[in-house]
Design a protein around this ligand. Structure first.
Ligand code: PLP
Length: 624
């Protein structure tokens, strides 16, 4: 059985091999080539790359750009749409230099451009795009410096659009463009009244904080007319929200955008470009539904819907078809990265060894508790549950009053656990489980401690309850016999994952394998290429993880194209304004005083300073 739903969320890129390994499959010149992820991990170990690690599969990035562009091209051809598609990648979704470089390289053959939401991102776009055939879309609030940079790019022939988020940007654009004598390319970002399902609902609709209202849009048109610059208004831009799970929202939103497009054309604006923003979803849970972490459509359907809606709506008004632009971020990069980590330890809730009988002089409540243990049946389990908790709490009370010993308390807790274990074993055969016992399996589940920081590597799990597919990357031919939640190593109670998608819907525990002595157990969190890396923070000073970028070759072997070492302890200390060299000096002084006071030898001092220095250079995560 596909216990981890990999066939669903894996979308053909991830699967299981016959010998129980998770595989990644890429398309090389029409041939499917699969590689076991654990083999890549072995290669990392040989190269000294420690866990945790972000593994990026370059081919997947390339393939996603290809699929997106070809899906639009096919939809355009099939609908006889009279213009073309130009994709842009929003840099904010993954700003890592090698990711943007790869997108610029792979995207060149489709003239895939970049979207910038800040001056820093515009600088990235200007430096990374290979030629002037691709678009640069500037969103976000733009000051005079931002605008000047974009105007200079215009002068060099770059197709750089300023998309107005607010009417206040227009006077600055007009003033700077007049001062430099460079005509701008202007777009207007609209606030549609269409709202979408899912988490990013508030990016759309009347209360969205982004975009121009209808009357602000007309203000902009009037200002442009007054300045004789209406010919610069060449793009209409909308963004309904990220991760749109429901295709019907896309159709409604696009149809509304087309009405605005027609309205602007009748106002005399040339337009020519319709940018529909991001929103193309990723099926993180593999349910193919309109639930927040899924999508009820496929890529092809998304493109066909957009192309057909634009064509039908504009044809009816005899308006020329615009260049279609989309800013798909998540759907472009999510698949290409996974987080890999080893499990450091497991805390189970199994009861310890219990005696066969209790001595005569045992306190009465403990005897009562012990007698419950052997009476649990499918008929009386609820009563046993009540009794067990009652007697356990009685022993705890006695302990608080000094009337029970530490060992008696430990015994009571152990017997209670043994009773709950028996009850949990009965529950699956019960037709209607009482509400208070529904989460008993979760309470008794194991905690697997993973070598990673949720806050650094999976911030959306913490911030917005994002679901990512998680599974072991090996031993998948063995039945997982443990139910577990996953904790990270930040010692923060929020640093845990206890909501997973399963074939039966959302569940609170993940089936995992017991650890084997002397063998690492590796878990993979998949589809993490979008938004996670730069949103991550330095909670507990766990820094960036190692990153490895791999290219799979036709023969099934793979090249380590790039390896980036994660932050050292010295790096993260500098981020929070410490000076590692001063810290070493301070420690050296302390060690010198200890030598003088005869607490340590000179040889010991040398050893201690070496340990301090090595730690500064070391990885912030658990090192084996
Ligand atoms: N374009 C704009 C203006 C956005 O705000 C966003 C993100 O919210 C995107 C594109 C990317 O969206 P997605 O990752 O859903 O494709």
């Amino acid at each position: 059985a596909d216990l981890y739903s990999v066939k669903q969320w894996g979308a053909g890129y991830f699967d299981l091999s016959d010998n129980g390994d998770a595989t990644v499959t890429v398309n090389i010149k029409g041939e499917k080539v699969s590689v076991a992820i654990i083999d890549i991990v072995k290669g990392m170990q040989e190269r000294g790359m420690e866990m945790p690690c972000i593994l990026r599969i370059e081919n997947l990035l390339d393939y996603r750009i290809q699929q997106l562009n070809e899906a639009f091209a096919n939809a355009i051809k099939d609908a006889d749409y009279q213009n073309h598609y130009r994709g842009v990648f929003p840099i904010k979704v993954n700003q890592q230099c090698h990711v943007v470089e790869e997108i610029a390289t792979f995207g060149q053959r489709y003239n895939h451009g970049l979207e910038a939401g800040s001056k820093a991102e515009l600088i990235i776009a200007l430096s990374q795009l290979k030629d002037n055939n691709s678009l640069i879309i500037c969103n976000g609030y733009k000051d005079a410096e931002f605008i000047e940079l974009g105007l200079y790019a215009r002068q060099m022939g770059v197709q750089c659009f300023f998309v107005l988020e607010t009417p206040a940007e227009l006077p600055v654009i007009l003033e700077r463009s007049a001062a430099l004598g460079i005509e701008p390319l202007i777009g207007v970002r609209l606030r549609l009244s269409t709202t979408v399902d899912g988490h990013w609902q508030e990016d759309s609709g009347d209360r969205s904080i982004f975009g121009l209202s209808t009357s602000a849009l007309l203000d902009v048109v009037d200002q442009l007319k007054a300045n004789d610059k209406l010919h610069c208004l060449q793009m209409l831009h909308t963004h309904l929200g990220s991760q749109i799970p429901n295709i019907r929202n896309v159709r409604t939103g696009v149809a509304e955008a087309c009405r605005f497009y027609a309205g602007l054309v009748s106002e005399g604006a040339p337009l020519g470009y319709l940018d529909l923003g991001g929103g193309l979803a990723v099926d993180y849970e593999g349910s193919s539904s309109n639930s927040t972490h899924s999508m009820n459509y496929q890529l092809d359907e998304y493109c066909v819907n957009i192309v057909e809606t634009v064509k039908e709506t504009l044809d009816a008004m005899a308006i020329d078809h615009p260049v279609l632009v989309s800013e798909s971020g998540r759907a472009t990069v999510a698949y290409s990265s996974m987080l890999l980590f080893n499990v450091l330890d497991v805390r189970d809730h199994k009861p310890g060894q219990l005696p066969d009988s209790l001595p005569e002089d045992t306190i009465e409540v403990l005897k009562n508790l012990f007698s419950v243990l052997n009476t649990v049946t499918p008929k009386n389990f609820q009563e046993c549950y009540n009794d067990s908790l009652y007697y356990r709490d009685e022993v705890r009370d006695l302990f608080h009053r000094g009337q029970a010993t530490l060992r008696e308390r430990a015994l009571a807790e152990n017997i209670n656990l043994a009773i709950l274990d028996k009850i949990a074993a009965i529950l699956p055969s019960i037709a209607r489980v009482p509400a208070e016992l529904e989460n008993l399996p979760e309470l008794l589940s194991d905690i697997y401690y993973g070598n990673f920081s949720l806050f650094q590597s999976l911030p959306d799990v913490w911030a917005i309850d994002q679901i990512f597919p998680i599974m072991p990357i090996h031993r998948l031919d063995e039945k997982p016999t443990r139910d577990a939640i996953i904790a990270d190593i930040t010692c923060d109670c929020d640093g845990k994952i206890d909501k997973f998608s399963s074939p039966a819907g959302y569940v609170n525990t993940l089936p995992l394998h017991p650890l084997k002595p002397d063998e690492e157990y590796y878990l993979g969190v998949f589809l993490v290429g979008a938004y996670q890396e730069t949103l991550g923070d330095l909670h507990n000073l766990f820094g960036d993880t190692n990153v490895v970028s791999v290219k799979i070759n036709a023969g099934g072997d793979f090249d380590f194209q790039r390896e980036f070492e994660g932050d050292s302890i010295s790096d993260v200390l500098s981020y929070v304004e410490y000076s590692p060299s001063t810290m070493l000096e301070q420690f050296r002084k302390k060690a010198e005083v200890a030598v003088r006071e005869g607490k340590i030898s000179v040889a010991m001092r040398k050893q201690m300073l070496k340990a301090f220095r090595d730690s500064l250079q070391g990885y912030t995560y658990f090192e084996r």
